[in-house]
Design a protein around this ligand. Structure first.
Ligand code: UD1
Ligand code: MG
Length: 465
């Protein structure tokens, strides 16, 4: 195998993405486009890795900070984005003295696999080609350059979409934007480029025409997997890439023993961790640093972001959770909302139409129905009756409610924070608790019941009465 250098072209703005960051910094469900390409490039252990930056180059360098100390890595600066050919030309000083195979990758083609690149390099070197490229054969249409072949079937040139005739557009062999080249080819080939095309750019693709006219060997690796060479030029292209990343992730989870009822309705970020044996029902979104441990069961229709779910927890239908910790054996929902700072400890239960925020429910606490728990700590084994509300906000600041262990809170109770309830206390239904309650007391704050005999007979018109 020859010495290997990789050049990644990443200087473009990417107008079609309609963002103001450099296109290669657009994030997929896992990492930015450029991080995908750099990670793949590094998996090949190249002697040199040159990244061509331009538009907001400092942001691109910042995104790659963890690699910047690598002795093999260097940046080339393309001040004006005059085209992909011009971009590669700006990398020539960093390739000075290099003799071997130069692999050129586009920073907006993120899903190319290490194995495919190795196959291209092997083919290139075995054929002793001056230049080799990966060509996509696909019956669907793409906005990529068309690979033109001569009567003998040899690759003759690449024609960009905007320069294609109607007949050219019918060609179903596309340029992927991945090339292996002999280092000696670069200087003369790049010097030959002209910008007399519809976009007024120096196209890298024109070096294929140069090699053909010079009678040099051009080889091609044909692939049929359009997803692998998907370029990201538009927001729609990004959706396609994200779908592929998701499919790859879901496939890996299924292989690892996660039970996924409907893979087509599972939306999962790359870094989410799901243990073997977890059950995931339909319509589930798992985002950010969510981690789900063994034996947990998500019934379906749930949105979890940055949420930790411990062993054996059950997330019933219709739960939204963000920045929360759900302990072992806990059950949540149906229709519950866990907001940031929620910690539900072992075997606690949060039922339907319950909202919890910045609160710690210790082991075995039950809040089964229609309740708001905000800024509170609730001790082990306490039962929170239906319709309980912690009134944590006085219009100016948030205050805490602290409820002890083994407390029984009757239905329709309001705790006007700040307030504390001691261990073992009982709160009568319908109470508004404004003062601290001592341990084991009964606290009641409701109007006494009044009963007036026969009142209805005289004051209410009863049908037929
Ligand atoms: C390019 C190819 C096209 C191929 C497609 C595959 C050319 C002329 N066309 O088109 O044949 O089918 O990729 O995805 O090469 N860049 C620079 N400097 C520049 C211009 C671009 O560094 O002056 C970088 C961009 O940041 C991007 C990459 O080069 O990462 C490709 O540029 P882009 O404008 O996306 O080319 P396409 O139109 O997709
Ligand atoms: Mg592109």
């Amino acid at each position: 195998m020859n010495s290997l250098a990789v050049v990644i072209l990443a200087a473009g703005l990417g107008k079609r993405m309609q963002r103001d960051c450099p296109k290669v910094l657009v994030k997929t469900i896992s990492k930015s486009l450029i991080e995908h390409v750099v990670d793949t490039a590094l998996s090949l252990n190249p002697e040199r890795l040159v990244i061509v930056t331009g538009h907001k180059k400092e942001l691109v360098e910042e995104a790659l900070a963890k690699h910047n100390a690598l002795p093999s890595l260097s940046y080339a600066f393309q001040a004006k984005q005059l085209g992909t050919g011009h971009a590669l030309q700006t990398a020539l000083p960093q390739l000075a003295g290099f003799n071997g195979t130069v692999l050129v990758l586009y920073g907006d083609v993120p899903l190319i696999r290490t194995q495919t690149l190795k196959t291209l390099v092997d083919l290139h070197e075995q054929n002793q080609a001056a230049l080799s490229l990966i060509a996509l054969h696909d019956n669907h249409d793409h906005d990529y350059g068309r690979v033109m072949r001569d009567a003998a079937g040899k690759i003759e040139k690449i024609v960009e979409l905007k320069d294609c005739s109607r007949q050219d557009l019918l060609i179903r062999e596309f340029n992927s934007g991945v090339y292996a080249m002999q280092s000696a080819l670069l200087e003369p080939a790049l010097a030959s480029l002209k910008n007399n095309n519809s976009q007024g750019e120096y196209y890298l693709t024109d070096i294929i025409g140069y090699a053909y006219n010079a009678g040099l060997e051009i080889s091609s690796l044909l692939i049929h997997d359009a997803e692998e060479v998907q370029g990201v030029n538009t927001p729609h292209d990004l959706c396609i890439v994200n779908k592929t990343l998701r499919d790859r992730k879901i496939y890996a989870l299924i292989e690892a023993g996660v039970e996924i009822e409907d893979p087509s309705s599972l939306f999962i970020d790359e870094q989410v961790e799901v243990a073997s044996g977890v059950k995931l029902g339909p319509q589930i979104t798992l985002k950010g640093n969510t981690k789900i441990l063994c034996g947990a069961n998500l019934e379906g229709c749930a949105y979890l972001k940055d949420t930790f779910v411990a062993e054996g927890a059950v997330i019933k239908f219709g739960v939204r959770s963000e920045n929360a910790i759900i302990g072992t054996g806990v059950s949540v929902g149906p229709f519950a909302h866990l907001r940031p700072g929620t910690k539900l400890e072992e075997n606690s239960h949060v039922g339907n139409f319950v909202e919890v925020k910045n609160s710690n429910l210790k082991g075995g606490v039950k809040a089964s129905h229609l309740t708001y728990l905000g800024d509170c700590v609730i001790g082990t084994g306490t039962n929170i009756g239906a319709g309980t509300i912690t009134c944590n906000y006085d219009g100016y600041a948030k205050h805490q409610t602290v409820i002890g262990e083994g407390v029984f809170v009757g239905s329709d109770t309001c705790f006007v924070a700040p307030v504390k309830v001691g261990d073992g206390a009982t709160i009568g239904a319908g109470s508004v608790i404004t003062k601290d309650v001592a341990p084991h007391s009964l606290a009641l704050s409701r109007a006494p019941q009044v009963e007036k005999k026969e009142w209805s007979k005289h004051n209410r018109k009863i049908r037929g009465g």
